[in-house]
Design a protein around this ligand. Structure first.
Ligand code: AR6
Length: 181
């Protein structure tokens, strides 16, 4: 397993739904009502409670849907993680060049929410690089920079795990990240 930033960031292959971190991040869509990929896997493994909480959040806070780059938190339901932080990544090519800023906002919003909830460990999937078509080479640079920027000014989060589904994806990330150490 590779690690960066004095061990605070760990990069590995695996299934996001199996992570025993305080929180895992869902690569959701603005409906917050489920989908395929990571989103489908999290709702399948986490059970109905997560969807019920998402429906409440939609009704009370985001009737028009969660905007791209923002994040909300629910319980982890039946998952080993205690919480799920749901964020909506940019769809590549649909945001007039603002995709890097929006993808960085996903990582920063999720980390900020973890910190506000006193969560020390969080696991991310590779947001937007599946159904939303963000090239992993570009996403690796953006996500690593956003995480490094956030952790520089924040000490309460001790572990950020970055989960890749395949070794190929992990290798691509390792070739393109911007962590200094
Ligand atoms: N654990 C870790 N990584 C996974 C898992 C898993 N269980 N399943 C897939 N991946 P995606 P997006 C990888 O499509 O691009 C959904 O329908 C996958 O190989 O899940 O942000 C939502 O509802 C890819 O590298 O997320 C939205 O509509 C990465 O996770 C839309 O897809 C992200 O793929 C979001 O698309």
């Amino acid at each position: 397993m590779e690690s960066f930033l004095n061990g605070r960031v760990r990069v590995l292959t695996g299934d996001i739904t199996r992570q025993e971190t305080d929180a895992i991040v869902n690569a959701a869509n603005s409906s917050l009502l489920g989908g395929g990929g990571v989103d489908g896997a999290i709702h399948r493994a986490g059970g109905a409670r997560i969807l019920e909480e998402c429906r409440d959040i939609r009704r009370t806070c985001f009737p028009g849907g969660l905007p791209t780059g923002e994040a909300v938190i629910t319980s982890g339901g039946l998952l080993p993680a205690r919480f799920v932080i749901h964020t909506v990544g940019p769809i590549y090519g649909h945001h007039g060049g603002r995709e890097p800023e929006l993808l960085a906002n996903c990582y920063k919003s999720a980390l900020a929410l973890a910190s506000r909830n006193n969560l020390a460990s969080i696991a991310f999937p590779s947001i937007s690089t599946g159904a939303f078509s963000y090239p992993l080479e570009e996403a690796a640079a953006v996500s690593s920079q956003a995480i490094a920027d956030f952790l520089k000014d924040e000490s309460s989060i001790s572990e950020v795990r970055l989960l890749f589904f395949s070794q190929d994806d992990l290798n691509t990330f390792l070739k393109n990240h911007r962590f200094d150490d």
